[in-house]
Design a protein around this ligand. Structure first.
Ligand code: CA
Length: 227
């Protein structure tokens, strides 16, 4: 059973999400305030957490940060903010994706499915390591090392880096990236890819992923083996 925790203080929205998810076969727990949500997130095991950003007492960012200190449970940040920067601010705190209010049930379900799918790692991975230059990705351990130092990545960043490592020296268009990282969902704006690329560059170095103007992005082996 896939267990989902909803942390949302607006009871109507929480109820709507709960009913939709239950109808689609998920086991759902609702917390209507941040403290309760944090307690549950830390004490129970969930497959996914849908976390509202604006909560009384303790907000979604803080909950996300505290959960990330000890757990890798996938988190989708639910936010009413409008700019891309504000919507994805939660990603800096370790959220895996965001969902902007108002959303419809198809979008909610698509985001949940996409996030859960990214987490599922194939246990019989034949080639369980990907390498390019000074970057080594271990798919079994879900770990990335750069110059023998561990790089902390969210699940989405991990998926994005994996795409580049599997396609070294080949340009990835925004559509390629959307398809690989988010599946067939039509709900992700192209701008969001640029934000993820920026986050990934911040973590593994600006030069590692190059922009190919008007086309997409590329990771070149040469660039990574220098120095
Ligand atoms: Ca709220």
């Amino acid at each position: 059973m896939t267990k989902i925790l909803i942390v949302e203080d607006e009871k109507d929205i929480a109820r709507f999400m709960e009913l939709e998810l239950k109808y689609n076969g998920y086991e759902v727990t609702v917390a209507n305030d941040g403290m309760h949500g944090l307690e549950l997130a830390l004490s129970e095991e969930y497959s996914l957490i849908l976390l509202d950003l604006m909560l009384p007492e303790i907000d979604g960012m803080e909950i996300c940060r505290r959960v990330r200190e000890v757990k890798t449970t996938p988190i989708i940040m639910v936010t009413a903010k409008h700019s891309i920067e504000e919507r994805v601010a939660g990603l800096d705190f370790g959220a895996d994706d965001y969902l902007a209010k108002p959303f419809d049930m198809e979008e909610l379900l698509a985001r949940v499915r996409a996030t859960l799918r990214r987490v599922e790692t194939s246990p019989q991975q034949k080639d369980n390591a990907l390498k390019c230059g000074n970057i080594l990705m271990n798919l079994d351990a879900h770990e990335v090392m750069q110059d023998d130092k561990l790089v902390e990545l969210t699940k989405t960043e991990f998926a994005l880096l994996r795409l580049f490592l599997e396609n070294v020296n080949r340009v990835q268009t925004r559509d390629d990236i959307l398809k690989f990282v988010w599946g067939d969902t039509n709900f992700v704006e192209h701008q969001i890819i640029d934000v993820y690329i920026k986050h990934l560059r911040d973590k593994i170095g600006r030069e590692t992923i190059q922009t190919v103007r008007g086309v997409g992005y590329i990771m070149k082996e040469q660039q990574l083996t220098q120095g």
